[in-house]
Design a binder for this molecule. Structure first.
Ligand code: FCB
Length: 440
């Protein structure tokens, strides 16, 4: 019996990013950042990561396919493909072609991101996203990737979470380039949006049918004290700055204040996306305070269940439905491109998965055109400024032996993928792992 069934052709997968899984990405800004004392909470480094570059990618994709996933979202690493400005590396192209070919052979639809936070050192040293010429460089990199990899890519993503990167690296000092300048945060957002439009255009010139989208992380911001007018104002402002400004720019083709000093029209920007990806982890309780950090700047990704709920963001499946409905108003197909939580064991993850899958079904029932769901993530990997201490994988990674051990969640998610939804048998079989304590 089926409790919930998704539309035919709905994609089920997991997401990864190059720096977090490949290993030895020594030519990018994150690698350099990791070497500096105090940057990574647990003082760990990406190192060999999950070994994808050295050969583990194929076996992990096989695990995904064997667990009934039908798609994988991954990225290509700019610093490998273009290690020096204008000089492209054929060996890197070959490695990505091998990985993507294998994904296709395994029956996995491929969604490929051109930028998942990292920059080649040459781009970082020129000023990162404060550098005026970076959008043009990004466009040429996108064109090259479309030419050389496009036959193996079903969907392109230009940027993963430009807002998180702008906040953590430009507004705050949590990530490279570590500028701590709110004005530059908005400038970086604007520059990435412009780079997105140029890259999409370049890809579409080479591959006219290729869907090109971008991915936003959109937490739900709600007032910490629900009736308190100042908390409500704080929630509205955070939502506006973090969730709304870039969407507005994409929709209207005009950069609003404060992305630009005065509203600025950008040629080719209006409607320049074929789908949107939503990365959703949970809800923040916004509290008004003069001169305070925003909750998200305290932990850029917020995706946890551990420790203090108010600081760390709280799982809240209802927010996933709400954000999908909100994005649905833009009239393009949607994908949940990340959703997950970290924990050492696997106590809360099974419930988290079931509740969020239901939340996606609710959004579809209410009219949102959601075409796929990608869990974050397949195998434990290097979690940016948190290092290795926040495991997000369906599979636990033993970093000494390289062994992958399925968590209970891996089996649960496999059933959901196989059945294209949630069956009552699955709910029965996993009843002992499911509890009702996630809703925020
Ligand atoms: C998202 C990132 C992803 C991962 C998850 C936990 O913000 O896109 O790389 O770090 O959070």
């Amino acid at each position: 019996m089926t409790e919930l069934r998704f539309p035919a052709g709905f994609l089920w997968g997991t997401s990864t990013s190059p720096h977090q899984v490949e290993g030895n990405n020594a030519n990018n800004d994150w690698w350099r950042w990791e070497q500096q004392p105090g940057r990574i909470r647990d003082a760990s480094r990406s190192g060999d990561a999950a070994g994808w570059w050295a050969g583990a990618a194929e076996a992990d994709l096989a695990l995904a396919a064997a667990h009934h996933q039908s798609a994988h979202r991954l990225g290509v690493e700019w610093s490998r493909i273009e290690p020096h400005p204008g000089r492209f590396d054929e060996a890197a192209v070959d490695r990505y072609r091998a990985i993507l070919t294998e994904a296709r052979r395994l029956g996995l639809s491929t969604m490929v991101a051109l930028n998942h936070f990292t920059l080649p050192l040459w781009a970082a040293d020129a000023g990162a996203w404060t550098w005026r010429r970076l959008p043009a460089r990004f466009e040429s990199y996108a064109r090259f990737c479309a030419d050389r990899l496009g036959d193996l890519v079903d969907r392109w993503i230009t940027f993963n979470e430009p807002g998180v990167l702008a906040l953590a690296g430009y507004g705050a000092r949590l990530w490279p380039p570590g500028l701590g300048r709110p004005d530059l945060m908005f400038a970086a957002m604007a520059r990435m949006i412009m780079a997105h439009a140029r890259a999409r255009d370049a890809i579409r010139q080479r591959r006219p049918d290729a869907p090109v989208g971008l991915v936003f992380n959109m937490p739900l911001f709600e007032a910490h004290r629900p009736r308190h007018p100042l908390d409500r104002l704080a929630a509205r402002l955070e939502d506006h700055a973090f969730n709304d400004l870039m969407l507005r720019a994409l929709k209207t083709g005009t950069l609003p204040f404060p992305l630009a000093r005065t509203p600025t029209r950008v040629r080719g920007l209006a409607g320049a996306f074929d789908f949107l990806g939503l990365n959703y982890y949970g809800r923040f309780a916004s509290r008004f305070a003069l001169m305070a950090d925003t909750p998200i700047s305290r932990h850029a990704q917020s995706p946890t269940t551990r420790t203090d709920w108010t600081d760390w963001g709280q799982p809240c499946p209802r927010g996933l439905t709400l954000q999908l409905l909100r994005l649905g108003k833009l009239g393009k197909p949607l994908f949940v491109t990340e959703n997950g939580l970290f924990e050492d064991g696997d106590d809360r993850r099974p419930s988290f998965i079931v509740q969020h899958v239901r939340a996606v079904a609710d959004a579809i029932a209410l009219g949102a055109d959601v075409r796929g769901y990608f869990f974050w993530t397949l195998v434990d990997n290097f979690e940016w400024a948190e290092g290795w201490s926040t495991p997000f994988g369906l599979f636990e990674l033993d970093r000494d032996t390289g062994e992958r051990r399925p968590r209970r969640s891996a089996h649960l998610y496999a059933r959901i993928c196989r059945d294209n939804g949630l069956s009552t048998e699955t709910l029965d079989d996993f009843a002992d792992a499911l509890h009702d304590d996630t809703e925020g």
